[in-house]
Design a protein around this ligand. Structure first.
Ligand code: MG
Length: 388
C-alpha cells in the first residue's frame, strides 16, 4: 500500500484514539496530516506531537492559544473553529478523512470533505441519518468513496464484496441489545444514568452508549444502512445478538447468508476503512470457535425499545423526519445525561417532536440545518415541561 495521508476529525474521542492506535502499529503506511478536537486540548497536543501532525484544529476558540503555544516549538500549525476544519479538510495533501466527531455537528465538515472528493472513513452516523439522501448523492457526484466504520456497516460492506453483481435480498443488522436487554419494561423505566452507561460489550463514548441502551443506536444504524447500501427499510432486519461476535449479515436471493465475525474491537473496522482494500495485521484478539461454543440470536423488542420503532417510522415518512428524530434524540440524551429526564422520556420526547415539528418532503441541505436547530429547540421545550 502506498503511504496514505489521513485527517482525523474528532481525534480525541473513542474512535479517534483507536484510529491513532491503528496508525501507531503501521507508522510507515500512514501520515497524519490533520487532527481536530472540540475541547480536549491536552490530549490533542499529545497526539499531535506523537504523530507529528502537520495541522491541528481546536474547535473551541478559547483554547486556541494554549494549543498553539504547545505546538509551535514542534512546527505544527494550529487553527481554531469549525470553519478551519471545513477549510483544511479540502487540502490536496489529504487522501482519506476519518469522520469520528459526535452527532449532527459532524455534517458540515463531512460535506466539505465530500465536496472536495475525499475518501471518507465514515464513523459519524448522524451525518447519514440527518441528510443521507443528499450526502450520498453529493458523494456520487464528486466521486467521494464512502467507507463505513460503524462495525455493523463495515461488516455488511465486507459481506457485499462477494456479491459478484447480485443484488442483496436482505440485511441482517445485529444488535447487542444493550444493558437492558433482559430487564422488564418496569425496571427499565426506573433505570439510572449509571446503569444505562454500562454497555456489556463495547467501550464507547457517552452519547452512543445511551443510544445503545435505548436501542436508538440500532435505529440510527438502520437509517445509515438504508443510505449506504441503497436498501429499503423493509429489507433491513434487526436481530439481537448479545455476544456481538457476528457484526452483521447479508442475505442473497437463494437464501445464502454471508456474515462477518470477530471479537468486538472497533480498531478492526477502522483499519479496514483506512487501508481499504488491503488488510493489514492488527494486534487484536482472534476468534477461537471451540471457546465460543455457541452464539445466540433474538428478535428485537420494539415494545421495550420504542426508539427502534421511531427510526422505522422516520424512514417511512422520509423527507426531513429522520433529521427531526435525530435532533430530538440528541437533545433528549443530553438531558438524560444531566439527570434532567427519565429513561423513557427520551423515547416520548422524540415521538412528540416527530409529530409536532415542521415536515418537509424534499429538504435542501439548508432545510436540514434549519430542521436540526428547530427540532432541537422543540425538544428542549418538551424537556423543560417533562423534567423529573
Ligand atoms: Mg455500530
Amino acid at each position: 500500500m502506498e503511504k496514505r495521508r489521513v485527517a482525523i476529525l474528532g481525534s480525541t474521542g473513542s474512535i479517534g484514539t483507536q484510529a491513532l492506535d491503528v496508525i501507531r502499529q503501521h507508522r510507515d503506511l500512514f501520515e497524519v496530516e490533520l487532527l481536530t478536537a472540540n475541547n480536549s486540548s491536552d490530549l490533542l497536543i499529545r497526539q499531535a506531537i506523537e504523530f507529528e501532525a502537520n495541522n491541528v484544529v481546536i474547535c473551541n476558540e478559547a483554547k486556541y492559544q494554549e494549543v498553539a503555544d504547545a505546538l509551535q516549538p514542534h512546527f505544527i500549525k494550529t487553527f481554531a473553529g469549525m470553519k478551519s476544519v471545513c477549510d483544511l479538510v479540502t487540502s490536496d495533501r489529504i487522501d482519506i478523512v476519518l469522520t469520528s466527531m459526535v452527532g449532527f455537528s459532524g455534517l458540515e465538515s463531512t460535506m466539505a470533505a465530500i465536496n472536495a472528493g475525499k475518501a471518507i472513513a465514515l464513523a459519524n452516523k448522524e451525518t447519514l441519518v440527518a441528510a443521507g439522501e443528499l450526502v450520498m448523492k453529493r458523494a456520487a457526484e464528486t466521486g467521494s468513496l464512502i467507507l463505513p466504520v460503524d462495525s455493523e456497516h463495515s461488516a455488511i460492506f465486507q459481506c457485499l464484496r462477494g456479491a459478484l453483481g447480485n443484488r442483496l435480498e436482505r440485511i441482517h443488522l445485529t444488535a447487542s441489545g444493550g444493558p437492558f436487554r433482559t430487564w422488564s419494561k418496569e425496571d427499565i423505566a426506573k433505570a439510572t444514568k449509571a446503569e444505562a452507561l454500562k454497555h456489556p460489550n463495547w467501550n464507547m463514548g457517552h452519547k452512543i452508549t445511551i443510544d445503545s441502551a435505548t436501542m436508538m443506536n440500532k435505529g440510527l444504524e438502520v437509517i445509515e444502512a438504508r443510505w449506504l447500501f441503497n436498501t429499503p427499510a423493509d429489507k433491513i432486519n434487526v436481530v439481537v445478538h448479545p455476544e456481538s461476535i457476528v457484526h452483521s449479515m447479508v442475505e442473497y436471493a437463494d437464501g445464502a447468508v454471508i456474515a462477518q465475525l470477530g471479537h468486538p474491537d472497533m480498531r478492526e473496522p477502522i483499519q479496514f476503512a483506512l487501508a481499504y482494500p488491503e488488510r493489514l495485521t492488527l494486534d487484536n484478539r482472534k476468534l477461537n470457535f471451540a471457546e465460543l461454543a455457541k452464539l445466540t440470536f433474538f428478535d428485537a423488542d420494539k415494545e421495550k425499545f420504542p426508539c427502534l420503532g421511531h427510526a422505522y417510522t422516520a424512514l417511512e415518512r422520509g423527507g426531513n423526519m429522520a433529521c427531526i428524530m435525530n435532533a430530538a434524540n440528541e437533545a433528549a440524551v443530553a438531558a438524560f445525561l444531566k439527570d434532567r429526564i427519565r429513561f423513557y422520556d427520551i423515547a416520548d420526547i422524540i415521538g412528540e417532536c416527530m409529530e409536532k415539528a415542521d415536515f418537509i418532503q424534499c429538504p435542501s441541505l439548508e432545510d436540514i440545518y434549519a430542521t436540526n436547530r428547530s427540532a432541537y429547540a422543540l425538544a428542549e421545550g418538551l424537556i423543560d415541561k417533562t423534567r423529573k
